[in-house]
Every structure is written in structure tokens, then in C-alpha cells.
Design a protein around this ligand. Sequence first.
Ligand code: SIN
Length: 545
Amino acid sequence: MTTGPEAPAPERVRTLVVGTGVAGMTAALGLRARGVDDVLLVTKTPWEPGAGGTGGGSTAWAQGGVAAVTGADDDVDLHVADTLAAGAGACDPEAVRVLCTEGPARLLELARRGLVLDGADAADPADARRWSRGLEAAHSRPRVLHAGGDATGARLSAALVAAVRAAGVRVLGGAALADLVVEGGRVVGADLLLDGAPATGGGHRRVLAGAVVLATGGAGQVFSRTTNPPEATGDGLAAAWRAGAVVADLEQVQLHPTVAAPGGAHAPFLVSEAVRGEGAVLRDEHGARFLADAASPLADPRAELAPRDVVARAVGAVVARQDGRPALLDATGLGERLRARFPSIDAMCAAAGLDWVRELVPVTPAAHYWMGGVATDVRGRTSLPGLWACGEVARTGVHGANRLASNSLLEGLVFGDRAAADVAASLAGAVAAPHVPAGVEELVCTAGPALPRAELQALAWEHAGLLRDAAGLEVAAKTLDGAPAATEEPADVAALEDRALGVCARLLVASAQRRPESLGAHFRTDAAGAAPRGAERPVLLRRAS
Ligand code: SIN
């Protein structure tokens, strides 16, 4: 960015929080609650009054719900066990226990702040005994809480936006994270690129801060098929990488098995796993239940409620054997109840010309959630002093190789608050030693490749999507390394996003190459015979300086 004499003077704040999804807004509120008044919350999406009731990002799009132990028939040990089992041996057990233990309290806090969960008592929305609990894949108990049926993310996001406004947190919308500012090995602020909208203005802005909390979400836009919103371009991950932070598990990208593929001009859209939790089944084009029929080579004892990676691969296999024609989600058995229970999906089906009460929905897998990210401990500390990370951009180890359904909103609530607690303590003088994991490899990659976005996305989907092998990963690596480097001075937000996507794609491929065996969502078709890396050894990378 411009740093000459003509550059505007940097602004100074005590804490800068980047991102207005569940993790970022929770962190900002947690800082205010702990007496840190001078917090600036920045977001790439518009924030001004009238620009919408949600904070933007993937949070507002979440349909499934929030998993948390609130029922008398459930307990934290069961939630821990389910999370560890779904994670395929690659979770950090300490982080998982923190998530499952602290989750219910965070959710209660949000209910007191105004989130009304389905089933709640109007007189006391924070009475958890009244909340309706749904079942989702790989959960041993119905523990998934919803709001507005399938509008949980939007309702949760709106409650947090209202709380952020009520707490008087200062928010700057339309400001994309270009880079972190590092001095003497410490993160001391961030360079922002403003989107040029009338409310924001254009150009660059440097903000210096005593602490920076990264909560920028995921990078699903690396792939040509994704459930993520357009803004999920990995800006925070790329900025942390460029600043020298350690990243972990970036080969682990969760694919969602049931993304509606209506065809024609209709954009694909997510059909929540909760629909299968309520009883919908998957069929091939001949009507066979390929996950449930004993004779099917894809059958699994848990049928349609097997862990997400298993179902995604089965759907992918059916699509492949049908020459690309989608598999079919059959929710007709739920009848008219579908419309009230899943009003958002019902509206999306209707807009695509589908009556899912009577018709089967064509579905394919698509990239959904990045389990890897900036390596953190359970306080959100990264390998760089001055930088904390939480939410999807972080890799705490709670998801291992396959995130349990509806654990992501919970993660944002729990680890957003934990990062706030640790930042507040460090601003008050506590020593915050960085989290530097052992076994980090260095990789040369700074700016990423300058490839047209659609080309990059198709490359990532083809060679580092559902199925991977050494030859395909090598093609992807060579293509990315052979392209000219992306610009160091992106002129606008789209160019900045392209640079970030290039970095994320390169790190995805490099990480996948370093894990020769299949593990959870990372599935290698050429794994047989390769010496496995082992679930206990995460792929840890840092930029070669
Ligand atoms: C879904 O509704 O199926 C997605 C929820 C999640 O990603 O946990």
C-alpha cells in the first residue's frame, strides 16, 4: 500500500477485529464486556444502516443450526465423543472439550442478548429446557438448535448485529483486509482497502492496534462449486500467511453433500443436512437408496446420517457414475411440513421452479467449510505476537479432518469470546506468548498466482476437490507456480480477493501433497501403499522468508 508522504496518517485503536461473522462480532462484544472500549470492528461487506440486518459472510447463510448440549438426555461427554469421531482422529481433544463445555453458556448469553431459538418460551427465551432440538448427521443425540427453522445463521447474525450496535462498538464497513502490518516480528495493525462506496470512500487506510483479532471466515470461493457467499475469499488467511503466521490442516476442506443443482440459470443452493435429519433420503436416478440399500457398494450402516465426508463422497460417486447427472434428495415423505420447518429452502426451491414436497431435488457436493486455517491455541493465539484468530479462519483443532454438523456457529461463539478474554488480559499486561507449534515446514509463496478467477476455481475443484491424487495435485501445483505472480498492490477489492484466492489455492495444494493418505475430508484415490503421515501430525506451513 502507499506509505509515502501523501499517505493518510494511520489511525490508532486498542483492538482491531476483522470480520463481522459470528466469531468477529462475539469477539468485539467480549472485548467491550471486559472493559476494552476502543475496539474497531471492520468488515468487507457494507454495514451502514439500511444495508441489511446481518453482518455478512457465511454466518448469515448458515441453515443447519447450532449444536450444543441443552437436553436432559444429553451430556458434554457425548458431544465430545461425537465431535472426535467425526474428526477422524485429527481433532485436538483439549479444544473439543472447551467447545462442548463452554458452548451452552455462550448460547444462553446470546439468547439473553435477543436470539430467539425455535421452541423458546416467549416469556423467557433463555430457558433452554424449552428449545426444540433436532438431529443431524453423526450426532448421537438430537442437540441441534435452530432459529426461524432454517434461518439460524441469519437470526443469530441479526441478534449479534443488534448487540454490537447497542454496545456502541465502532464498525467500519466496506473495508477489505489487504495486509497485516508487522514490526519487529509483532503484528501491530492492518492495511485496509476501502471499497469506494459513497459511505466508505476509496483508497487505503492503515489502522495500528495493540492487538488484532482475525475473524475473516473461510475461503470457499477457491472452488468453482461452493455453498459460501461471494465474499468468502480467504483474505484473512492470505494476510496472515503473508505476515508469516503458521497455518495448519489446509488440505482439510469439508464438502457438503446436498447442494441443489437446479440447472439452467438457477444458482446452486444449500439444502441443509437437517432435512436428512428430519427423514429425507438420497436416491440415484433409478430411485435406489445408495447409502441405505444393503446391495449398494456405497451403503453405510448410518445411511443418510453418516458423517458428512462419507455422504459427500457417496453423492460424488453417484454423480460420476451418472455421467455428471445429479443425485436426488427425496424429502417428499415429509409432506407439507417441509414448508414450515424449512421456509428458506422452500422459497429457494420455489424460485428454482421445484416443488420439493412433490418432487425430488437434484443435488451434488460442493465446498462448504475449511477445517484448516491459521494455527491457534485454545485462546486464539497465533504464532505471531499481537495476532489472534477465531472462527473459520482459525485452526484450533476442534474439527479435525471432518467437522461435525452445526459445530461451526458454536465455534465462533466459544472461540470468539475466548480470544476476547485473552486479548483483554494481554492489554491489561499479561504476557501472551505466541502459539508456535512444532514441526512447521517452510514454503515459498507470497503473492499467489495471477490466474483468472474462474480458471483457478476450476483447477482447485478438479484436482483438490472431492477426490485427490498425486498426479492431479502435481498438475495443480505446476499450473499455480507457472502463472505470473499476482500484483503486490491490488487496485481494488476484486484484485485483492484474487490475490488471496491464489495464496489459498497454493496452500491447499501444498498441504494436500504433504498428506499422502486419506483422512476425513482429504480423500486420496492413490493412497494405497503410501506411508501415511498420520492423523496426529497436522500439516503445518509457514512462508519461507
Ligand atoms: C447444513 O445446514 O447442512 C449446514 C450446517 C453446517 O454446516 O454445520
